[in-house]
Design a protein around this ligand. Structure first.
Ligand code: NI
Length: 184
């Protein structure tokens, strides 16, 4: 099942998402999230972006031809917990399926150490760096109620105000189905 993607302005994107009870069968939901993300050509999707305030996100960088590093990077992260972030900050132009057609430079640390469960409730603790770390940091922010535009300067934010207001109203061009909070 393909879910509509929740747009900027919806309160669900601003909530700290809840832990998932251990052992919950998430197979269908995770399959649906992958389908939804692929349909929208995304490389990451967090549960709040389909209206579910739970601590789950998925990543899939395997289709990015110019990122050979990500060729095996397809995973679900359940009840993740970032333990540590290290290294120098580097900037990269990020986008978000919930904030279509806006891309801005965001600074993030180089490596991330994270604990999480996979879809079979196996526990992992791993370190990721570079683009993998960045995707994880971006998606992890979603389950903390944070968005990449929060990192921008006040001036940049002011410049985006009109576009963001339009996104909240659903007044934005996308090739995927959206759910906008202020759509009339
Ligand atoms: Ni995002």
């Amino acid at each position: 099942m393909i879910y509509p993607i929740v747009m900027y302005g919806d309160a669900v994107l601003r909530k700290r998402a809840a832990d998932i009870e251990k052992g919950t069968d998430l197979a269908q939901l995770i399959a649906d999230m992958f389908e939804t993300m692929h349909e929208a050509n995304g490389i990451g999707l967090a549960a709040p972006q389909i209206g579910k305030s739970i601590r789950l996100f998925i990543v899939d960088g395997t289709t990015l031809e110019d990122e050979p590093d990500l060729k095996d990077f397809k995973k679900a992260f359940i009840n993740p917990q970032i333990i540590d972030e290290q290294g120098e900050e580097w900037e990269f132009e990020e986008g978000c399926l919930s904030i279509p057609n806006i891309r801005e430079e965001v600074w993030r640390k180089e490596t991330v150490r994270i604990k999480y469960f996979d879809e079979n409730w196996n526990a992992f603790e791993e370190e990721f760096d570079g683009m993998k770390a960045r995707i994880i940091q971006h998606e992890y922010d979603h389950i903390e109620g944070k968005l990449f535009i929060d990192y921008l300067s006040p001036l940049k934010k002011r410049m985006l105000k009109g576009k963001l207001a339009n996104i909240s109203k659903g007044d934005v061009d996308t090739e995927y189905r959206i759910a906008a909070p202020l759509k009339k």
